[in-house]
Design a protein around this ligand. Structure first.
Ligand code: ADP
Length: 491
């Protein structure tokens, strides 16, 4: 129920991309609308005011420049403004005069004392510089148009005047007032045009967002849908699936990983199946033997011999060792295997394991040599180390060559004892060497009855030696034999 709800709340790739794109478009368009429509006149006024300020600063910085006149002309034309440099307070003489604008208010009002006084006071109050955007009507507070030769010039309806007044001092010690005047034109018409453009842009952008979202989502979701379909097949234990490596890098990498996973799963599956087949085979063989011999012994009194009894005992031992191996593996797998460490005679342990093969030696002509110089004591779990030695010797006997010889060597060097179990058998190919320590791994699948194993022996050896923290390894040459070894510190 909960899963269903969360599924409902989640969006498809297509919707997510489209919503994201639409959001992006909305944000971008909002910014465009705000800057190009709502705040355009504010931005324009701000820019104009800044420009006029900058022009005033240039003139003030160059007030003693002998080319000031041409500089003022240049600035006036560049910034579309008119400029006056008036000696003030003082004789109010106009030192420089540029009226690039033909309706320059300053030029027409320059002699108006009240206005000049007002600007002068304002500039002084503001630290030598006064800038303002003044509505044209405001001039009338200082100036009566009737006294003026002509009307206060109007330029484009509600045009506002940018006034910048700066105070400076010339090298002659004269105080001067630099008065600049430019116009802020009304932007209503521009805004209208821009709005129309923005409506078109909005429609085009939303349509493109939809199209891009559609194309993108198809590119993303199609390969994912295919992967999903194949993954469902994989979930049904169909390991032959092939995840298509299409779409963006991440998705094709995912497909690659899934292909690898499917391959590994199929390997594990095959190994498990093989293990079960082996175990069943291994369980069935001794069971058949036990039940067969028991029946014969029950039904035919003469068959109740110690030899037949021994077969039953041997097969029972085989069964219990197989079950023990499986238990060991599961304990190592779950990490619950604990060691029972004590000091014991390793040389004696090797001897005792070899002794178990006395029968094999006398009946089948096997030769097990034990080469050693002295008795060596180590600290370890004796039962487990016996298991290691037993497994290695058992393998050596199973795989050794025609000479049926196995050599066990005990070498001591630098306080370390190395036990090597050497056979003269078929050897192990280099590519298989790292794998033989894995659970269920078996190089040769076709082997004699005596060789049938579960593929667990070396995995158990490895786990025991790893738990002890001891070094171990194998060197082998195909056709010549193998040398399995492990080392322990001597006490
Ligand atoms: P198994 O029960 O099959 O012997 P092991 O884990 O003991 O399982 O060994 C894994 C595989 O390693 C064996 O199937 C065999 O192919 C290979 N192997 C082990 N010991 C030897 C050896 N002395 N010589 C050649 N091959 C060996």
């Amino acid at each position: 129920m909960k899963e269903k709800e969360s599924k409902k709340r989640r969006l498809s790739i297509k919707s997510s991309i489209f919503i994201s794109m639409a959001l992006l478009v909305v944000v971008m368009l909002t910014i465009l609308w705000l800057t190009q429509s709502v705040f355009l006149s504010h931005i324009y006024r701000y820019t104009k005011k800044n420009e006029t300020d900058r022009a005033a600063s240039i003139i003030v910085d160059n007030i003693n420049n002998e080319n000031l006149n041409s500089l003022i002309e240049k600035i006036s034309s560049e910034y579309d403004l008119c400029a006056e440099v008036i000696r003030y307070p003082g004789d109010k003489e106009i030192l420089y005069d540029s009226h690039f604008l033909n309706d320059c208010i300053v030029h027409k009002l320059q002699l108006e004392d009240t206005l000049l006084d007002f600007w002068y006071d304002m500039a002084q109050e503001s630290g030598g510089k006064y800038t303002d955007i003044v509505p044209r009507d405001k001039f009338r507070e200082f100036y009566d148009p009737d006294d003026f030769h002509g009307d206060v010039p109007r330029r484009g309806g509600d045009a506002n005047c940018v006034i910048s007044v700066s105070l400076a001092e010339t090298s002659d010690g004269d105080s001067v007032m630099v008065v600049l005047n430019s116009f802020v034109l009304p932007v209503d018409a521009t805004v209208k045009t821009l709005r129309l453009q923005l409506i078109v842009i909005t429609i085009v952008m939303l349509a493109s967002a939809f199209l891009i979202a559609y194309i993108l989502s198809r590119r993303l979701s199609l390969p994912i849908e295919k992967i999903n379909k194949e993954a469902k097949n994989l979930a049904c234990a169909n390991y032959e699936v092939m995840f298509p490596q299409e779409g963006p890098i991440e998705i094709s990498e995912l497909a690659d990983t899934l292909n690898y996973t499917a391959k590994e799963l199929s390997k594990v599956d095959a190994m498990q199946k093989e293990l079960i087949a082996n175990i069943s085979h291994d369980l069935r063989t001794p069971l058949t033997m036990i039940s067969g011999y028991s029946e014969v012994m029950r039904d035919i009194p003469g068959e109740n011999t110690p030899e037949n009894m021994q077969v039953i005992i041997d097969e029972t031992a085989r069964l219990s060792s197989l079950v023990n191996d499986l238990l060991d593996v599961s304990r190592f797998q779950s990490g619950t295997q604990k060691l029972n460490i004590s000091r014991f005679n390793l040389t004696e342990s090797v001897k005792s394991v070899i002794k178990r093969y006395d029968k094999l030696i006398s009946h089948n002509g096997y030769i097990i040599n034990f080469v050693y110089d002295e008795d060596v004591f180590i600290n370890a779990d004796e039962v487990r180390i016996l298991q290691v030695i037993y497994n290695l010797i058992n393998n050596a006997i199973n795989y050794t060559g025609e000479d049926k010889t196995v050599t066990v060597k005990q070498e001591v060097a630098d306080g370390v004892v190395r036990i090597s179990v050497i056979d003269t058998g078929e050897g192990i190919a280099e590519k298989d060497l790292p794998l033989i320590w894995d659970r269920y791994y078996k190089v040769d699948k076709v082997h004699k009855r005596a060789h049938i194993g579960t593929g667990l022996g070396l995995s158990i050896v490895k786990n025991i030696l790893l738990l002890h923290g001891s070094r171990f390894g194998v060197s082998s040459e195909v056709g010549k034999g193998s040398n399995f070894w492990f080392e322990f510190k001597i006490l």
